[in-house]
Design a protein around this ligand. Structure first.
Ligand code: SF4
Ligand code: MG
Length: 333
């Protein structure tokens, strides 16, 4: 499959001014590609750099180092004006639709904005196009003269998705598209995203802290920890047999997974403090929280390496050590 969006060794450093000036690496050398028609799910805890990565992928932020390619073209240094044709094909959906949609604009104004921005004049055809987009996302009877605060969170996320689809993009980057919504609505939005993909064959980069959501929608998963990708591979394989101890912990914490019903299933409780990008541990970044850490882990950073077909993992013990981990988990009670 040809790559549509490629991040090559992307790093993003912010200068933190509070408590003395220092550099904080939010994203540290991430490479990730999304192919045409593919859904890549990026999962990790809050503070791991995944929202920064989303903003980099959307070119809302510029990387400190590394390259971003769109359909083979280097867009890293492109200006806002140069980016305009790319923007048309690369759209975004954010976590909180009430925050991402201007609450003083009517739905009609919100929906026409992408056409105006890109100089697309539909004239008298505009209202029909807006209706078509809204009904595509299940909002057929919307009063488009209303304002965003007059809708529920789930309805607004549908409208935000309709707006993202207005220009018929090739890819949507969605940062936590369901996490601001009621649990009962989350599944509806996930299903809507899947429905759109079946109909439109678009690509997604979906970012979430929820491995359950990601496992449901993604073809491929990348797991992020403290600014780096620590595991990557086909979603079904990662969900069935995670190789990195961190992914194993994430998966064991997810409440509705098949793994939980397996005999010998045991929850791995992450030890220690949640990751803090201002304080990156030596060696393997995960070592202070890893129940398998040994001396080498504190000293040497495990590279992200190919361990089997299509699977990458950054752990000194993987895959054999983690095969042993599986046995260990299975036995412990
Ligand atoms: Fe744990 Fe060591 Fe693997 Fe890091 S390299 S995940 S500390 S076993
Ligand atoms: Mg975030």
């Amino acid at each position: 499959m040809a790559a549509l969006l490629e991040l090559e060794n992307i790093t993003k450093t912010f200068t933190q001014k509070r408590g003395g000036k220092r550099d904080v690496q939010a994203v540290a050398g991430v490479s990730l590609a999304v192919s045409k028609g593919e859904t890549v799910g990026l999962v990790g805890e809050s503070g791991c750099g995944k929202s920064t990565l989303a903003r980099l992928a959307l070119k809302l932020l510029n990387p400190t180092a590394g390259r971003i390619l769109f359909d083979g073209a280097d867009i890293t240094g492109m200006s806002g004006r140069q980016m305009l044709p790319v923007r048309r094909r690369l759209q975004a959906v954010f976590q909180d639709p009430l925050a991402s949609l201007n609450s003083r604009m009517t739905i009609a104004e919100i929906m026409r904005e992408p056409f105006d921005t890109h100089g697309i004049r539909l004239g008298t055809g505009l209202p029909a196009r807006i209706r078509e987009l809204l009904s595509f996302v299940g909002m057929e009877n919307t009063d488009i003269q209303k304002l965003p605060p007059q809708f529920s969170g789930g309805q607004l996320q549908r409208i935000a998705i309709a707006r993202a689809l207005a220009l018929e993009p090739d890819i949507i980057v969605a940062d936590e598209p369901t996490s601001a919504l009621d649990p009962s609505i989350q599944a509806q939005i996930v299903n809507l995203l899947l429905f759109i993909q079946r109909k439109r064959k678009i690509s997604y980069l979906i970012i979430s802290h929820d491995l359950d959501v990601i496992g449901h929608v993604a073809d491929r998963i990348a797991v992020m920890y403290l600014g780096t990708v620590i595991e990557q591979g086909p979603a079904d394989q990662i969900m069935a047999r995670p190789l990195h101890p961190y992914t194993q912990a994430l998966l064991s914490a997810a409440p509705t997974l098949a793994a939980r019903r397996q005999r010998g299933w045991k929850r791995i409780v992450l030890q220690g403090d949640p990751p803090n990008p201002a304080n990156v541990p030596s060696g393997c970044r995960f070592h202070p929280r890893c129940h398998l850490a040994r001396d080498i882990c504190r000293l040497i950073t495990p590279p992200l390496r190919a361990v089997e077909d299509g699977r990458l993992v950054a752990c000194h013990l993987a895959p054999d050590g983690t095969a042993a981990i599986g046995v260990e988990i299975g036995r412990a009670r």
